[in-house]
Write a protein that binds this ligand. Structure first.
Ligand SMILES: O=C(O)CCC(=O)C(=O)O
Length: 294
């Protein structure tokens, strides 16, 4: 029996590769998130360049702080960790990919008003191929999402198709232009809704988001996770410091040493542009010679 999702919602996710749960979180949670973000913005005033906690947007200054991303927020905000471990986040994920869940990563992507950065079209699975694709990302809408403030966009149904080539000149660039692979731009759907809604997108769905040209910010907190029996394929951009460390990322249920294999297309995200390890998606995607967003 599903915990929170209806059979119709589950069937829709399987067919379309995404779900939108409007007004899923109470207003107090969103207010608390605003306060947490304000704390990190305050911290960023003291920075000229980003660090392991905060990634800065071009034009950032002490007077006008512009944080592009809060990195791994569940490790630096007890409240964001608590939310991640709550049934509000984990129950819908369990309904879709089963009781045993492992965290891949968390991030809070902030598009500031007027010029918040584009995230070019990509598939998460191209960054971190695993032995099966019971992989999803939950996005918590911290602001109201409308077409003009750069909401997450998806190509419905693309999670059942190819894993597209995300390389430029033979180097992994983490992006591609949908028209180049025959995807019709008119089919892309914007995931809009009030703050407090959550989106859930499949690890193989083609998604991205345009620049925020509006006068309002657009902030989404992402928790990315997978079934515990999905193991990274060698070359995947997944940290691996041994099985003990790996198992500390268990969100609920039981760990396993038995990967489940699924016959799905796989590409390895190698070689990487930097020998020093993975770099931010915003930087890696600059290798694309033109944007997939008009
Ligand atoms: O922030 C967004 O709109 C998209 C984020 C995303 O897809 C990513 O960071 O991988």
């Amino acid at each position: 029996m599903p915990e929170v999702l209806s059979e119709t919602q589950i069937a829709s996710y399987r067919e379309q590769g995404y779900l939108l749960l409007e007004g899923h979180l109470p207003a107090q949670v969103i207010e608390h998130l605003h306060a947490e973000i304000a704390r990190f913005e305050e911290e960023s005033r003291g920075l000229e360049v980003g660090n392991e906690r905060l990634e800065l947007e071009e034009g950032h200054s002490a007077e006008h702080p512009r944080v592009r991303r809060i990195r791994l927020p569940h490790t630096i905000s007890p409240m964001m960790r608590e939310l991640m471990l709550s049934d509000r986040i984990l129950a819908p994920a369990r309904d879709l990919i089963g009781p045993n869940l492992r965290l891949h990563t968390s991030k809070l992507n902030m598009k500031s008003a007027g010029n918040g950065a584009v995230v070019e079209w990509h598939q998460d699975y191209a960054f971190y191929p695993h032995t099966n694709d019971d992989i999803l990302a939950i996005g918590v809408f911290i602001d109201d999402m409308a077409p003009e403030n750069g909401p997450l966009m998806v190509y419905p149904g693309s999670h059942t198709g190819l894993v597209y080539d995300h390389h430029v000149n033979g180097v992994f660039a983490g992006a591609f232009v949908p028209e180049d692979v025959g995807l019709d731009p008119d089919r892309a759907v914007a995931l809009t809704g009030p703050a407090g809604s959550i989106s859930i997108h499949h690890g193989r769905i083609v998604h991205g988001s345009a620049r925020n040209t509006s006068s309002r910010s657009r902030r989404v907190l992402f928790y990315e996770m997978m079934a515990a029996d999905a193991f990274p394929i060698m070359g995947s951009l997944t940290g691996w410091n041994g099985i003990e460390d790996y198992n500390t990322r268990l969100l609920c249920g039981e760990p396993t040493l038995t990967p489940r294999l699924k016959d799905i297309p796989i590409r390895i995200p190698q070689p990487q542009p930097s020998a020093d390890g993975p770099i931010s998606i915003y930087e890696i995607q600059k290798a694309l010679d033109r944007s997939g967003f008009k």
